[in-house]
Ligand binder design. Structure first.
Ligand code: GLA
Length: 453
């Protein structure tokens, strides 16, 4: 191994053995044998550890849906949390679910820098449909609210260099009571492809059995693939399955590009905390399965709305980056503060979310109301987020030993640390043996990037 034989070696070989599990269900043991140089063995040893880390972190998660999509988490806009099922265009023409709303958002995504930083999918949620299918059994958009039809809207969205997402349901009805796709999977997949749709969010309401739920999600995945159109497939399969039995994530990943696990996000700090708690409590089950082509979806970004303080918005952005979550904003791009816009468009944070290694982060520790999360990145870098969950008192100091980060390998033998949030600033050069002292606002987060020197 050329990495280690650049100088004379003496002494017994050191064997490092690492067992890992990859998607085909088999375990592989990698053994690296090396001899340490007398006197200066530490740097060589530490370099070897870094190399092993690279090997270890490069293993993919379970096999992904083979449609070549969502190689990094999907980015875009989704109407639900902010606009819900408002169908009253008479009384509320500016916030009802209509083609006008989506055309305005498309225009802003193009003109206000959203598309440039990666927000690409403009997604319709529930309540776009007419109450009945057409005479050929096809879904149709409400003709008053979408006079140009979904195809017309797709053309407009594509003309802005964006992609269009749509919503349907695996059961007999959507959650809001519009026609469900049960019994119509093939027709609906073809309709969406004919219209030029690029993403399907497939909900799981009104499904009468677990068997129908599972088979329905699989059937729609195959039907979408058969259309020949590239359509990102966003599922809620595990969310609806959890109350009855534990989802098989390896299987879900083979059919879906992302999947919701937990309750709908609300515009509140309690909701963000619940999502983070669920994620850390279940991280053993869900983290390893995420990777290019398939992601856990903790639901929409509610940054730019009403319910989160500035620090809480920082926490959502930082943690959604750590969790390799789809970044689907649900807000009003016509009325958004410059501060929220800058946070959502922060290129350094988006780069962590979109890191090509595609490893989801996890909670490393929780002590004294401080949570430390970390995520391995490409080029052996790490992202670290420290959240202050104490809701009494002011900003708190927290000291962490660098050696405890990144499985002990985030900063070997040293590294450069940059704080990305709440504001960007270079913290400088740190050694493996150093401590790092950080100040964190209540309910806020400090997001760091540790990179090789
Ligand atoms: C469910 C989903 C939400 C949204 C609504 C629409 O609750 O989880 O994300 O799509 O249905 O009715």
């Amino acid at each position: 191994m050329s990495l280690f034989n650049n100088s004379q070696v003496i002494g017994p070989p050191l064997k490092l053995s690492l067992k890992t599990r990859v998607t085909d269900g088999n375990s592989y043991r990698i053994t690296v044998a090396m001899k340490l140089k007398n006197g200066i063995q530490q740097p060589g040893f530490l370099l070897a550890l870094r190399f092993l880390a690279l090997v270890f972190w490069s293993f993919p998660g379970a096999r992904a849906l083979d449609n070549g999509l969502a190689m990094t988490p999907t980015m875009g806009w989704l109407h639900w949390e902010r606009f819900m099922c408002n169908v009253d265009c008479q009384e509320e023409p500016d916030s009802c679910i209509s083609e006008k709303l989506f055309m305005q958002m498309a225009e802003l995504m193009d003109s206000d820098g959203w598309k440039d930083v990666g927000y690409e999918y403009l997604c319709i949620d529930d309540c776009w449909m007419a109450p009945k299918r057409d005479s050929k059994g096809r879904l149709q958009a409400d003709p008053k609210r979408f006079p140009g039809g979904i195809q017309g809207l797709a053309n407009y969205v594509h003309s802005k260099g964006l992609k269009l997402g749509i919503y349907a349901d695996v059961g007999n009805k959507t959650c809001a009571g519009f026609p469900g796709s049960f019994g119509y999977y093939d027709i609906d997949a073809k309709t969406f492809a004919d219209w030029g749709v690029d993403l399907l969010k497939f909900d799981g309401c009104h499904c009468d059995s677990m068997e129908h739920l599972e088979n329905g999600y699989k059937h729609m995945s195959l039907a979408l693939n058969r259309t020949g159109r590239s359509i990102v497939y966003s599922c809620e399969w595990p969310l609806y399955m959890w109350p009855f039995r534990k989802p098989n994530y390896t299987e879900i990943r083979q059919y879906c590009n992302h999947w919701r696990n937990f309750d709908d996000v609300y515009d509140s700090w309690q909701s963000i905390k619940n999502i983070l708690d669920w994620t850390s409590s279940n991280q053993k089950r869900i983290v390893d399965v995420a990777g290019p082509g398939g992601w856990n979806d903790p639901d929409m970004l509610v940054i730019g709305n009403f319910g989160l303080s500035w620090d809480q918005q920082v926490t959502q952005m930082a943690l959604w980056a750590i969790m390799a979550a789809p970044l689907l904003m649900s807000n009003d791009l016509r009325h958004i503060s410059p501060q929220a816009k800058a946070l959502l468009q922060d290129k350094d944070v988006i780069a962590i979310n979109q890191d090509p290694l595609g490893k989801q982060g996890y909670r490393l520790r929780k002590e004294d109301n401080i949570e430390v999360w970390e995520r391995p990145l490409s080029d052996l870098a790490w992202a670290v987020a420290m959240v202050n969950l104490q809701e009494i008192g002011g900003p708190r100091f927290y000291t962490i030993s660098i050696a405890s980060l990144g499985q002990g390998m985030a900063c070997i033998p040293d590294c450069i640390i940059t704080q990305l949030l709440p504001v960007k600033r270079k913290l400088g050069f740190y050694q493996w043996t150093s401590d790092l002292k950080i100040q964190i606002n209540p309910t806020g987060t400090v997001l760091l990037r540790l990179a090789a020197n």
